[in-house]
Write a protein that binds this ligand. Structure first.
Ligand SMILES: [Zn+2]
Length: 99
């Protein structure tokens, strides 16, 4: 019997717990917030769904300040939104032949 549960993480935007693979990590390191698709970057991490909606929700709620005890500026959020967009496109292209 397999009873191995996938590791769960909670999205700081919509607050839902999901398997780790469905979320993406954001790392805060040396005053910089960046997307961490590998989940292995240095620094404090938070997770969000792979969705701009959840990123925006997290911003509106002040979830970064609460989870990281740091407050990334809107320029940093914008940069991360761009990185997320690029990552979503990259993943879609990578999945093309899987469907
Ligand atoms: Zn979410």
């Amino acid at each position: 019997m397999k009873n191995k549960k996938p590791p769960m993480r909670r999205c700081i935007g919509c607050m839902q717990s999901k398997p780790k693979e469905e979320l993406i990590r954001l790392a805060w390191y040396e005053e910089t917030l960046s997307l961490d698709p590998t989940g292995k970057a240095k620094g404090r991490g938070v997770y969000i769904c792979k969705s701009q909606d959840c990123l925006q929700k997290a911003v509106k709620k002040g979830a970064f300040a609460r989870s990281l005890h740091e407050n990334p500026g809107s320029d940093q959020i914008q940069r991360v939104a761009g990185q997320l967009e690029a990552e979503l496109i990259r993943q879609q292209e990578g999945d093309d032949h899987a469907e």
